[in-house]
Design a protein around this ligand. Structure first.
Ligand SMILES: NC(=O)c1ccc[n+]([C@@H]2O[C@H](COP(=O)([O-])OP(=O)(O)OC[C@H]3O[C@@H](n4cnc5c(N)ncnc54)[C@H](O)[C@@H]3O)[C@@H](O)[C@H]2O)c1
Length: 426
């Protein structure tokens, strides 16, 4: 019996579809034990991917990762590990979310930021090119836009202003270069202010909602920088992760950039109220701190992702915060892991003092010594005044009072010299 052409079409389509569905897809998710990464892992598992979650646990937690995924503890800086993973798994897709994402702090951890967020990304990119994966999905950030580019639209030329944003934009550019040189497909997402279950609420350098919840759970006042009038569009992870995971199915979004997040801005003061109400407090205690060098209003345009990938904002801030609260209540407060401080210290230790500063330091000690010693009694008086005048104002003033008092309290010349030597060494 002859087969009708339309039947053949349908038959062919069903075969292709079935083959697509049955073909296992292999995905690597970096930062898979982190907040956003672990949700992307879950969404990929729902789409029947075989998932390897790679994370060094510097900011993530082992129990964030579903048991259905294979968890590998390690760093994207470890090129041997990366090569071994790509050789043993035939990855089709790489979802790269591993990063240390404290934007404001990145000014003070410059080298760590570029090593971890830029060089680490290049390691993955090299392996992705070598092993000819189908698509590399990169989680960038709206930090690439810089200040005063509002609303942030994908068509704007990025002007990042801090090391975090610069490293994200450098990776974006490198993905584009790899595309034109090696035909590697990519999708770039630029999220902002994402919150939800499994967020590291102990990280005091980022995620204001997490910080507020952590403070509530420890009966501490909420800290707000500035007057709290700065606005952000807080975005619930449950609305974003499915879109990110399914993006690789849609070839028309390959080699493109998408803002992803919520459209509705809230001020930080409004946010404090909403989080307070969720915790049953209508008037939470707030400590206002000196304002930081940060963008006052940040909002991005999401028309493109709505049109191409069907982003819908279905979770209101109140609903999302309730869900996060339920999760946080079970897990309890968290403290900042010590690695942040360690890395900061390393940076400080590695910074060598220029030799002219040493010369200046030694000269100032000698001049202080010779100018103070001839008239101990008047010096004692003036230092006392200075200390009363400058007490608590600046460390430098207190330090100079300390030096004066050392020389003015009737020590012998020998004692003064030993004291001077001791403080110089210190
Ligand atoms: N959460 C947001 O609001 C937001 C906004 C814009 C962009 N992003 C980006 O999304 C990604 C995920 O952010 P998140 O909020 O889930 O942060 P997160 O800290 O919860 O997740 C990042 C994960 O990466 C891991 N990691 C860090 N350095 C690593 C390394 N060298 N090797 C292996 N793993 C490493 C951490 O342990 C952590 O689990 C980041 O790239 C971040 O820059 C997040």
């Amino acid at each position: 019996m002859p087969v009708h052409p339309s039947h053949i079409d349908i038959f062919n389509w069903m075969q292709t579809y079935e083959i697509e569905m049955m073909t296992k897809k292999y995905s690597l998710v970096t930062g898979g034990a982190g907040f956003m990464g672990s949700h992307v892992v879950d969404e990929l598992l729902k789409c029947h991917h075989d998932v390897v979650a790679l994370d060094d646990l510097s900011g993530g937690f082992r129990d964030n990762v579903s048991n259905e995924a294979r968890f590998v503890e390690g760093s994207i800086l470890d090129t041997d590990l990366i090569n071994q993973l790509f050789e043993t798994h035939d990855f089709d897709y790489v979802f790269h979310l591993a990063a240390y994402a404290a934007e404001g702090l990145s000014h003070f951890i410059r080298r760590f930021n570029y090593e971890n967020n830029l060089i680490g990304s290049v390691n993955l990119l090299n392996a992705s090119i070598k092993h000819e994966i189908k698509c590399s999905v990169f989680t960038s950030s709206i930090a690439v836009y810089g200040q005063n580019q509002l609303p942030m639209v994908e068509s704007l030329t990025p002007q990042p202003e801090d090391p975090y944003g610069i490293s994200k934009y450098a990776v974006e550019l490198d993905l584009k270069a790899a595309r034109s040189m090696y035909d590697l497909n990519y999708i770039i997402f630029r999220p902002h202010n994402v919150y939800g279950e499994r967020q590291n609420i102990g990280d005091k350098y980022r995620n204001v909602i997490g910080i507020f919840m952590n403070q509530f759970m420890q009966d501490q006042p909420l800290t707000i920088f500035g007057d709290g009038a700065q606005t952000r569009a807080f975005s619930y992870i449950g609305d974003l992760a499915p879109i990110m995971a399914k993006s690789i199915e849609l070839k028309s979004c390959y080699n493109d950039v998408f803002n992803i997040g919520s459209d509705h801005p809230y001020s930080v003061s409004e946010l404090a109220k909403i989080v307070g109400q969720t915790f049953g407090l209508s008037n939470p205690k707030i400590t206002y701190c000196e304002s930081r060098n940060e963008v006052v209003h940040a909002y991005s345009d999401h028309e493109k992702i709505k049109e191409v990938l069907g982003l819908k904002e279905s979770t209101s801030l109140e609903e999302g915060i309730k869900k996060m609260y339920t999760w946080a209540n079970v897990h309890g407060p968290r403290t900042t892991p010590p690695f942040h401080a360690c890395r900061l210290n390393l940076q400080v230790q590695n910074r060598s003092c220029p030799s002219f500063l040493w010369a200046f330091y030694i000269l100032s000690i000698f001049s202080a010594y010779y100018s103070v010693t001839p008239q101990p009694s008047s010096t004692e008086r003036s230092c006392g005044q200075q200390s009363r005048f400058s007490s608590g104002k600046t460390g430098e003033a207190n330090h100079s009072y300390f030096r004066c008092s050392l020389f003015a309290k009737g020590f012998s010349l020998q004692q003064r010299k030993w004291g001077l030597l001791f403080f110089s060494v210190v």
